[in-house]
Ligand binder design. Structure first.
Ligand SMILES: [Zn+2]
Length: 329
């Protein structure tokens, strides 16, 4: 039996956790992938196998995990039997919370332990077909529950149900962007999130790219109004990279710095597979959110400045009246 160090316990080729040792936490798993990117050939399913949260709450429905691949079987087993809490947004508390796995319901008894070795994983894979329900409860209120359902055969494990859906808890988190996106853009943004949650990768990229393009166009319109010498014809005939350069002083700095996001989204639409788009969706979404966050901060600053200017003028007016009182009747 091969025994690995704690932080590399889920690396290829097979998950082996020594009985009695601590299972890697979500944080340590993420850190592991940040420092040592997985080889896609060894670990083609890595986005959803990277943490219990990605596995249970972000993996789209009908995503099939091939248990014939030892690395995938090991990680699937581990997440299925995870007993550690996970951080997630609670749609009822309306804020980030901690969810604890409280139930692992399967027709098999006794329940297999989370401390796995190759034999235990192999035994689990060999079991007959099984429906599995896993329940996570919010630690603030145990009635707040997230349910996920899986169908496992000897060769695969497929997520077949989730309630509330991924989109249900991702969309409320996007609510704050409503104030800076027009209604139609906000709808498109949430549609992108919803499509990704249902396993539609390329379509979700189309919506995110439209948000990005709209931000550039808004800056372009403003620039034209502010700068009469703006070379509009040159702008219209330029590629996105040059367009961003031409209106960059009106764009959030994160967008200008990470303009490569547009290239990733375009590549996604034209060249990448559904799976690849789904794999990169979260990264691209975070990039777009970062841009929108900067826009919100910018807008709030402008509003505060305008308010302060108005208040100062009022005080100034009052003081001027006091020093030069107008004659009364
Ligand atoms: Zn809650």
């Amino acid at each position: 039996m091969v025994i690995r160090k704690q932080n590399s316990a889920i690396s290829s080729p097979m998950t082996v956790i020594k009985k009695g040792s601590k299972i890697p936490t979500e944080h340590s798993v993420n850190t592991h992938f940040m420092t040592t990117p997985p080889n896609p050939k060894d670990d083609p399913e890595s986005p959803y196998l990277a943490s219990p949260k990605a596995f249970h709450l972000e993996m789209p429905l009908y995503h099939e995990l091939k248990l014939s691949v030892p690395n995938i079987a090991g990680k699937t087993y581990m997440h299925m039997h995870n007993e550690n809490p996970i951080d997630a947004f609670c749609i009822w508390c309306k804020k980030e919370s901690v969810f604890k796995p409280i139930e692992h319901e399967t027709k098999r008894t006794p329940r297999l332990t989370m401390y796995a070795d190759e034999n235990l994983i192999a035994k689990w894979v060999e079991n007959d077909d099984d429906f599995i329900r896993i329940t996570h409860a919010c630690t603030r209120n145990h009635e707040h529950r997230y349910y996920t359902y899986y169908f496992k055969t000897k060769s695969s494990c497929t997520k077949i149900g989730q309630w509330p859906s991924t989109a249900d808890f991702q969309i409320p988190q996007a609510e704050k962007y409503r104030k800076i996106l027009k209604d139609s853009q906000y709808t498109e943004f949430t549609k992108g999130i919803g499509l990704s949650a249902h396993g539609v990768g390329i379509g979700s990229f189309v919506y995110l790219r439209r948000i990005f393009e709209n931000l550039i166009e808004e800056a372009h319109i403003k620039k034209q109004k502010e700068d009469s010498s703006f070379e509009n014809e040159k702008y219209r005939n330029s590629k996105m990279d040059t367009k961003i350069e031409m209106v960059k002083d009106l764009l959030p700095p994160f967008l200008v710095e990470h303009r490569i996001l547009y290239g990733i989204m375009s590549k996604g639409i034209h060249l990448l597979t559904e799976e690849e788009c789904l794999k990169y969706f979260e990264v691209v979404k975070i990039g777009i959110e970062q841009i929108l966050d900067e826009k919100i901060t910018q807008q709030e600053k402008e509003e505060k400045t305008a308010k302060a200017r108005k208040a100062i003028q009022l005080v100034h007016g009052d003081l001027a009246k006091q020093s030069n009182p107008s004659p009364t009747l």
